[in-house]
Design a protein around this ligand. Structure first.
Ligand code: PMP
Length: 354
């Protein structure tokens, strides 16, 4: 993008806590809100008309804000929080970290569907981290007992076909995955219900008294440049076409190595029609979800990668499944990715390492 995204903030700008006291999310910069709505309209991945936007310090903060907003004090038991395994490893950790009396982690949503009772919150992560699948809620509708949080961090065209504009009660997105700016710590929620948006904003007010305005302004700038390019078709290669091409190339090379050494297997993803590109396309998740081919359930694939080729993955057991699975990020820079493939290509047997 060269200098197109550069912005200058002078020493006297953006000093106040407040952005707009007339709105529910009073610490959200109006430019940020506008940019978020515009980006969703350009991509077509979420319904934003007549919806509330809440900004957070990453979607991590918004997850906690949503748990707070969906529960209320005084219940006999904490509300069960579930997600279908393999689930994003941070959900159990974030849910139980403060030992809230309002909610508690209750594990795999499939198990809860079979045996669980009482009020619950299901987190639906689509496309799913770690395995890249597009998902729907698992627990059968139980009237008023169940609430949903849709974590759509990876629902962007470089990772997945955009199959419909998502339209759920609470949807969270993040600057970390849409453009890769994880260091800015910016996320946002698209919320249908005013009271839920108000409670989520209150949580953020109580925990961090707002969200960095510098970061919100930078995010607005970058999103604006991306959208302007789509409006004018100015660039040689537009942002999501470029990033999708990078992901496609990485996946092609990864599959070649994995097929060649026959030690691990990768999920196969069906092609789906993408409304954004107008083509049938394959998903290119941000992670390689590797499964050891050897039958033995005991195999610890994280240990194998670490021991044999000094690559740090995250074990399946952190995602609620067997340790023969391991997740490796594919979103590193080119040099690290090349190193990963080079080393992976040297493994030809799990039992004796090399
Ligand atoms: N949800 C999912 C599924 C993620 O993979 C991540 C980041 N790894 C997050 C949420 C949190 O992202 P952030 O706090 O950077 O917005």
């Amino acid at each position: 993008m060269e200098d197109k995204c550069t912005m200058v903030i002078s020493g006297s700008q953006l000093m106040s806590y407040i952005s707009d006291f007339t709105t529910i999310c009073w610490f959200m910069e109006p430019e940020f809100q506008e940019a978020v709505r515009r980006l969703h309209r350009v991509v077509g991945n979420a319904v934003v008309d007549d919806r509330y936007i809440v900004v957070g310090t990453g979607s991590t903060q918004l997850y906690q804000a949503a748990l707070y907003a969906l529960t209320s004090p005084g219940g006999p038991e904490p509300v069960s929080v579930v997600s279908a395994s393999p689930y994003y490893s941070a959900y159990p950790e974030e849910t139980d970290y403060l030992r809230s009396g309002l909610y508690k982690w209750a594990g795999d949503a499939y198990e809860f569907d079979k045996n669980g009772t009482g009020p619950y919150i299901e987190v639906v992560n689509s496309p799913n981290n770690p395995d890249g699948t597009l998902r729907e809620a698992v627990v059968k509708n139980r009237g008023d007992e169940g609430k949903l949080i849709h974590d759509l961090a990876y629902y962007w065209p470089q990772y997945t076909p955009i199959i419909r504009p998502a339209d759920h009660d609470i949807m969270t997105f993040t600057f970390s995955k849409s453009t890769g700016h994880a260091g800015s710590r910016i996320g946002w929620a698209v919320v249908k219900d005013k009271e839920v948006a108000r409670k989520m904003s209150k949580f953020i007010e109580m925990s961090t008294l707002g969200v960095s305005k510098d970061s919100q302004q930078r995010a607005a700038k970058i999103m604006g440049v991306i959208c302007d390019d789509y409006k004018n078709f100015k660039s040689d290669e537009l942002f999501f076409e470029h990033t999708r091409r990078v992901m496609a190339e990485r996946w092609e090379r990864l599959r070649q190595v994995v097929d060649r050494n026959q030690v691990f297997s990768l999920p196969k993803y069906p092609k789906r029609y993408c409304l954004f590109s107008g083509e049938l396309i394959e998903p290119y998740p941000g992670f390689a979800w590797l499964e050891a081919k050897e039958e033995e359930e005991e195999i610890d694939s994280q240990k194998v990668l670490r021991g044999c080729i000094k690559v740090q993955g995250r074990t399946g057991s952190r995602f609620g499944v067997a340790q023969k699975y391991v997740r490796v990020s594919l979103l590193s820079n080119e040099e690290v990715f090349n190193q990963f493939l080079e080393r992976l290509s040297t493994i030809n047997s799990i039992s004796n390492g090399h």
